[in-house]
Design a protein around this ligand. Sequence first.
Ligand code: GLV
Ligand code: MN
Ligand code: MN
Length: 418
Amino acid sequence: MGTDSGTAQHPRTSSFQEMWRELLPVGRHPGSRGYRRFAWTGADGECRAWFREQAEARGLTYEVDRNGNQWAWLGDPAQGDAVVTGSHLDSVPDGGAFDGPLGVVSSFAALDELRARRAEFTKPLALVNFGDEEGARFGLACVGSRLTAGQLTAEQAHLLTDGEGVTLPRAMEAAGYDPDGIGGDPERLARIGAFVELHVEQGRALDLSGDRVGIASAIWPHGRWRFDFRGEANHAGTTRLVDRRDPMLSYAETVLAARREAELAGAVATFGKIAVEPNGVNAIPSLVRGWLDSRAADQESLDQVVGGIEKAAREYADAHGIALDIVRESFTPVVEFDHALRDELARILGTGTDLKVPVLGTGAGHDAGILSGHIPTAMLFVRNPTGVSHSPAEFAAEDDCVAGVLALADVLEGLACR
Ligand code: GLV
Ligand code: MN
Ligand code: MN
């Protein structure tokens, strides 16, 4: 079955709609209309309770792994070569409804579709909600999958601290989870034969090509760097300009340098989060802390961009008597998704149609990217006509979402029912 087949009349549309409606109000801020579903907070807990209910309502075996990721199993995981699908339910600050939840809801809806088709599974199937994908609270993205994959050690995870000084283990504990066992989970990974994550597209390639669904080719290398500019706090009214050591100036010039360097390399660079001390309207700051997120098509370009920004920041800081510390807080190298699995998805989705499913790269990070170094991994993207993401304007039409569910069902049937 192709991705463009008659979706509106499909009997499983209601399964998607019902789940989507249930999740929609959870963690939505009444002012911004954006989502604030941060790891291990109440809103995240509501999302997790919803996942568990959906799993149990379908008679799936529900479990939470040592890193707080939620799993719903059909069949015996010990059989091995499992096919796994899912995504995440947490959000960035004032995020959209689709980034993450679309993949989780589609996983349950795809299972409903396969049961309606009376598909016979020959391999175990699992649906998963990875914890703390966005890193909005503790600064590091994909914590649940990184821990599982051994790319973040328990020792490193114990040091992760939110803006209120709460560490990750204490936050897990407060949410009712046991943090004692966090760490690599190679036995779990060894039981998985393939992971497929469905995700809303975070750009307009599918809108421009007129396709509902696409397949991922690669994820750009990307990382986060913290820039601490330290100057001298002083009175905003009485301190002469020449006497100031104002870290905001060096920060501002660094932001402009980031834009220039990114343009030169055809890359992206963003300062989207800032902390100022003492944060008073009438005080020259003592500290400006800015977080840089930068991504590029290849490692060389990314090195060039970040190197250029660091050099400019140091020059400005030196010129203004500002002390500067730069710390790389996270980094994910380029991800090239498994070619054989990608071709298999294209074959499955193209069977019986003359449809050629578009294959797209992305600058966004995903749990699938983390797992791709350990198990064959693929992604499906669903059209987003606004192209906007990490904002309440993120969107996918219901027909396209259902086309995504059907595509995912086809893929799972092709991988787990043969
Ligand atoms: C996650 O969505 C990221 O790309 O930062
Ligand atoms: Mn995201
Ligand atoms: Mn996501």
